[in-house]
Design a protein around this ligand. Structure first.
Ligand code: FPP
Ligand code: ZN
Length: 422
């Protein structure tokens, strides 16, 4: 640990030379990009006027109050997330663990009971009680239960049925549909691999051909798309890469092309990341994109690329912290995509997760920190594969590895409709 607070990246690095030059050709994209750059310039200039010491502060207490309230009460604005309720549990609980705020036992137990009502009688979790099981809320529910990390939370997961559910969404070409009769994309492979490892139900048959399918999503840009042949995107690139790490096949990616793609997604003026080429900065990519760097760092190190992997995480960690702390904090608590946007629990979770990634870096045994601002800005580290705190990963693995592997003799589910096959 370095222990010395890192001074702010000079504000004059937010200089006009880094702003977009459109060579006199305006497009919808260039106009939007310039608008965002102007809004960031304004935020920084107001900040400089109000603070003599340029040390941006994490608004811990405000975020804590916002999150605590969200666990008990959600405004009408969340009605559209009625099919994503386990996600809300995960986003809030993970944000709280990053802030090192304990979850009171009674609240934890209520969350467990709620998630148990989201578990489908046929295995897996759905977006809300009485809905159909889906891989995304299944991932969120398992992560939330592992964050709680009690006997009560672990015992809620019906592992045998969870394996049945995963087998029911597995496709003959190695991919997974998100739900029975649903769409294929690389998120599903990650959700399945993540829950299967954490709960110790990963069988070789379950992931037969999955790595080959994920590898076919890496395109000429270097990143991964949702399905083979589309545009590379940070969300899908994270999912595909993390799934390959779980399956021990990440070395089969073109790691250098992926590295080039992801580092090019950090915006030169804003300091945050965009999700795909020529799009706008967004706080949530602080995790989806920057979270790839620890995965790549480790993969390159294993490949003997010691020169590359010596370069810490290989992105501008300070610039990212500045973007999150200066441009993504709502003064009343909660974090946002970019200045002018409303706060929500998704952006709160992924801005904080990205901030944690940017603060902590390590090379195998070495663990260093680079905290922008005061020590109070320090978040707990997050596990770059599962995005829950590393102790919670170890505790879950230890718990579930004492239990026997359920039988996987059930046949994989029916193929996806033709247009969804790669
Ligand atoms: C583009 O949105 C977003 C996507 C195409 C999907 C992103 C995928 C994730 C964030 C990963 C989800 C992960 C799990 C585990 C389920 P947009 O066009 O609004 O945004 P953009 O302009 O930034 O590309
Ligand atoms: Zn976003």
């Amino acid at each position: 640990m370095d222990g010395v607070p890192t001074p702010l990246r000079c504000f004059n690095e937010y200089n006009s030379a880094e702003m977009l030059v459109d060579d006199g050709v305006e497009t919808v994209t260039s106009v939007e990009q310039k608008k965002v750059e102007r809004s960031i310039k304004e935020v920084v200039s107001v900040y400089k006027q109000m603070h003599s010491l340029p040390q941006p502060t994490l608004l811990r207490e405000q975020h804590y109050q916002y999150l605590k309230k969200g666990l008990r009460h959600l405004s009408d604005a969340y009605e559209c997330l009625d099919a994503s309720r386990p996600w809300l549990c995960f986003w809030i609980l993970h944000s709280l663990e990053l802030l090192e705020e304990p979850i009171p036992a009674a609240v934890a137990s209520d969350v467990c009971q709620f998630l148990s009502r989201c578990q489908s009688p046929r295995g897996g979790f759905s977006g809300g009680p009485g809905q159909h099981a889906h891989l995304a809320p299944t991932y969120a529910a398992v992560n939330a239960l592992c964050i709680i990390g009690t006997e009560e939370s672990y015992n809620i997961i019906d592992r045998k049925k969870l394996l049945d559910f995963l087998l029911s969404v597995k496709q003959p070409n190695g991919s997974f549909v998100m739900h029975v009769g649903g769409e294929v994309d690389v998120r599903s492979a990650y959700c399945a691999a993540s829950v299967a490892t954490l709960t110790n139900i990963l069988t070789p048959k379950l992931f037969e051909d999955t790595a080959t399918w994920i590898l076919s999503c890496q395109n000429w840009e270097g990143g991964l798309s949702g399905v083979p042949g589309l545009e590379a995107h940070g969300g899908y690139t994270f999912c595909g890469t993390a799934a390959l790490v779980i399956l021990g096949k990440e070395h089969m990616l073109d790691l250098k092309a992926l590295l080039r793609w992801v580092v090019s997604r950090q915006m030169r003026f804003e300091g945050g990341f965009q999700g795909r080429s020529n799009k706008l900065v967004d706080g949530c990519y602080s995790f989806w994109q920057a979270g790839l760097l620890p995965l790549l760092h480790r993969a390159l190190f294993k490949e003997g690329e010691s020169e590359l992997s010596r370069q810490r995480w290989m992105f501008e960690q300070q610039a990212l912290q500045e973007y999150i702390l200066l441009c993504c904090q709502n003064p009343g608590g909660g974090l946002v995509d970019k200045p002018g946007k409303s706060r929500d629990f998704y952006h709160t979770c992924y801005c904080l997760s990205g901030l944690s990634i940017a603060q902590h870096f390590g090379n195998m045994d070495l663990h260093h920190e680079m905290i922008l601002g005061e020590e109070e800005n320090r978040l707990a580290p997050t596990h770059p594969v599962y995005n829950i705190c590393p102790e919670k990963v170890s505790k879950a693995l230890q718990h579930f590895h004492r239990l026997p592997l359920p039988d996987d003799s059930r046949q994989p589910g029916p193929p996806a409709p033709d247009h969804l096959q790669s």
